[in-house]
Design a binder for this molecule. Structure first.
Ligand code: DGY
Length: 322
């Protein structure tokens, strides 16, 4: 009997792709460029499964055009690019890759927050431009991180890992807002206190955004919210671009409503709003919060495990279908 076929739509480590070969005929993207949705539909013809990443859109149109598809396994934790309800209605298993990236992503969120507060890239650009003529008391004086109030918007696994770093490592009082409050025995080790969103915005010295993207979190942070924040505050976004209104953020950064921002994700990425590119007080990185070799391997391996399980009668460990 011939083996089912699967598509690896995103280039990943060769040895991890090879794990699929005993089970399936494999077509793999060998370029770092993702495919358009039309190309994805074309390549998914006759495929039973797909290994994908955050930029690959799986919606009803694609599902209807690919009736043999039985499993979609993303190597990302975020899955706002997948219409899970449409998949479920057509019997397509959907999995994501939580947990394996939590600590790595929290490390990066913390690093980005620190780079933003301490003006690291801004000062590096100044040095590289040859503008450093002498040491000065006030040159690139930024904001302390230790002891400052950390605001966490979205207290899931990654939010909790960031709160733990702030509380235990940097002596930061931690405030958070989440739709549901954590039980007291989970708040205590994080030193975390639940507050309403507006109070979080008013009181945080360093706000970090870690909420999943959905219709209800679209532009959760816009002009009104930014104007509630302290003039000295920083905002770091490692969630999804659409959670922050980038145009509003650029406008408010320009007039000093807040001190600085650190952004790893953008609305419409890889395009970045030109007004953000023009701001000196923003640290910009290309969606790399989970990008360590060990973690990207773990994410890829989990997606491959799930794909094998879903198509060979096993139970994927991180299925998203209800
Ligand atoms: C994730 O896993 O969701 C990261 O943002 C990479 O896409």
């Amino acid at each position: 009997m011939s083996k089912p076929s699967v598509l690896v739509a995103r280039k990943t480590f060769d040895d991890i792709v090879d794990r699929l070969r005993p089970h399936f005929e494999v077509e793999a993207n060998d370029s770092d460029t993702g495919w358009s949705q039309d190309e994805l539909i074309r390549r998914l013809q006759g495929k039973a499964g797909a290994y994908i990443a955050g930029g690959d859109r799986i919606d009803a149109k694609l599902l209807d055009a690919c009736p043999e598809l039985k499993a979609v396994c993303t190597m990302a934790v975020g899955y706002n690019n997948i219409d899970v309800a449409a998949c479920t209605a057509r019997g397509v298993v959907v999995t994501n890759a939580p947990d394996v990236l939590t600590e790595t992503t929290a490390d990066f969120g913390f690093a980005l927050m620190m780079a933003t507060a301490r003006r690291i890239t801004e000062s590096e650009h100044f040095l590289r431009r040859g503008e450093w003529k002498q040491w000065s008391v006030t040159m690139f004086a930024g904001a302390d991180v230790h002891g400052a109030t950390l605001g966490v918007l979205g207290m899931g696994r990654i939010g909790a890992a960031i709160a733990r770093r702030g509380h235990l490592g940097f002596g930061m009082p931690v405030l958070y807002h989440n739709r549901s409050r954590l039980p007291a025995d989970q708040e205590a080790p994080l030193g975390a206190q639940w507050v309403e969103k507006d109070e979080l915005l008013r009181r945080a010295d360093h706000l970090i955004i870690v909420v999943p993207y959905s219709a209800s979190s679209h532009h959760l942070i816009g002009q009104r919210e930014l104007r509630l924040m302290k003039k000295t505050a920083t905002l770091t976004n490692i969630a999804r671009g659409g959670v922050v209104d980038d145009a509003a953020l650029a406008a408010e950064l320009k007039v000093g409503t807040i001190a600085a921002a650190g952004l790893d994700v953008f609305e419409g990425e890889p395009t970045v709003h030109p007004d953000l590119l023009a701001c000196e007080n923003v640290v910009l990185t290309p969606h790399i919060a989970s990008a360590t070799i060990a973690t990207r391997r773990a994410m890829s391996n989990l997606a491959v495990d799930n794909l094998i399980a879903a198509l060979t009668g096993g139970a994927p460990t991180t299925a998203l279908n209800p």
